[in-house]
Design a protein around this ligand. Structure first.
Ligand SMILES: C[S@@+](CC[C@H](N)C(=O)[O-])C[C@H]1O[C@@H](n2cnc3c(N)ncnc32)[C@H](O)[C@@H]1O
Length: 285
């Protein structure tokens, strides 16, 4: 694809054009910038300053390989092996969901509501470990445990925590069988919540590459994870403990009702930056 290309500028423009077959122009631009930052170490200004620099054959090969994976819809985060979450570089692979900006907002919300006082925290369905890692990074006094049913996901989460030298407990467990030891002051979860029927509207890169185990629930049981998590929270939160749940925007009312059935108080539904219902929270009475 890039055989006649010589300079950084030509390579950049060609790459962007090539991936525009499958990406919108603004996304193609930002992915191209990410790739060139990764491969050359140049941010946008350095790219302009060095645009006439000649690229080596080895670099072309790397860029070529990335471009071909991208047009097969492989997410850039899986190609590069990382993403940024709450300003932390988090390793990702096809065993973990790519952390989303909506989840970063939940971290902001939790941090805004809780200071660094000692607390016991549980994250259910931790995936890459993005939630406990972002929390522990800001709240060193919290004692955090995280569970996931996927051993591969937990391995990724553990290595992410190690990279930042953060101590936390990772537990391999199925939430439907999990019996926590002791009590918590805060439980957070971003469980699978996409309906099988919603697959039709999803982008190919999500469907083909992200783990189905992290995403889908049967149409007939959209709240299956929430029913279990709220029941765990009802038994294992201390009085006045908080439950934070990321949700499918179509089931905010039903999730809030579920919390009410378990006698949670101060139940709120919070919208994300796209104006969609994304977080349900409540306080254990
Ligand atoms: C939507 S992903 C969230 C990952 C991560 N917390 C995030 O916000 O990016 C849901 C996670 O729940 C895990 N999971 C699915 N079923 C589970 C189960 N029965 N018990 C425990 N974890 C489960 C998946 O492996 C996946 O990592």
């Amino acid at each position: 694809m890039f055989s006649k290309i010589r300079t950084v500028k030509e390579a950049y423009q060609n790459f962007k054009l090539f991936i525009s077959k499958v990406y919108e122009p603004t996304e193609a631009e930002s992915i191209t910038a990410m790739v060139f930052k990764e491969i050359l170490g140049y941010d946008r200004i350095k790219l302009i300053l060095n645009e006439t620099e000649l690229l080596s054959a080895a670099l072309f090969e790397q860029i070529d390989f990335i471009a071909f994976q991208l047009i097969q819809h492989k997410p850039i985060q899986y190609i590069l092996g990382y993403t940024y979450f709450h300003d932390l570089k988090i390793s990702v692979n096809e065993h973990v969901l790519i952390p989303r900006p909506e989840t970063e907002e939940i971290i902001d919300y939790i941090l805004a509501n809780h200071d660094n006082r000692i607390m016991d925290v549980l994250d259910i369905g931790t995936g890459s470990g993005c939630i406990p890692i972002a929390l522990k990074h800001q709240r060193a006094n919290w004692s955090i445990s995280a569970i996931d049913i996927s051993a591969e996901a937990l391995k990724t989460a553990q290595s992410n925590a190690k990279k930042y030298n953060l101590q936390m407990e990772f537990i391999l467990a199925d939430v439907f069988e999990f019996q926590p030891n002791g009590k918590f002051d805060l439980i957070v979860s971003n469980p699978p919540y996409v309906l099988e029927s919603e697959k039709l509207q999803m982008q190919q890169n999500v469907l083909a590459f992200e783990p189905a185990l992290a995403l889908f629930v049967p149409d007939q049981k959209p709240l299956k994870y929430y029913e279990r998590i709220v029941s765990i929270a009802a038994q294992h939160l201390n009085a006045n403990g908080k439950l934070y749940l990321e949700i499918n925007e179509s089931f905010a009312t039903e999730t809030a009702q579920l919390l009410a059935q378990f006698t949670f108080e101060n139940i709120q539904i919070i919208q994300d930056f796209k104006g969609k219902n994304r977080l349900v929270l409540g306080t254990k009475n």
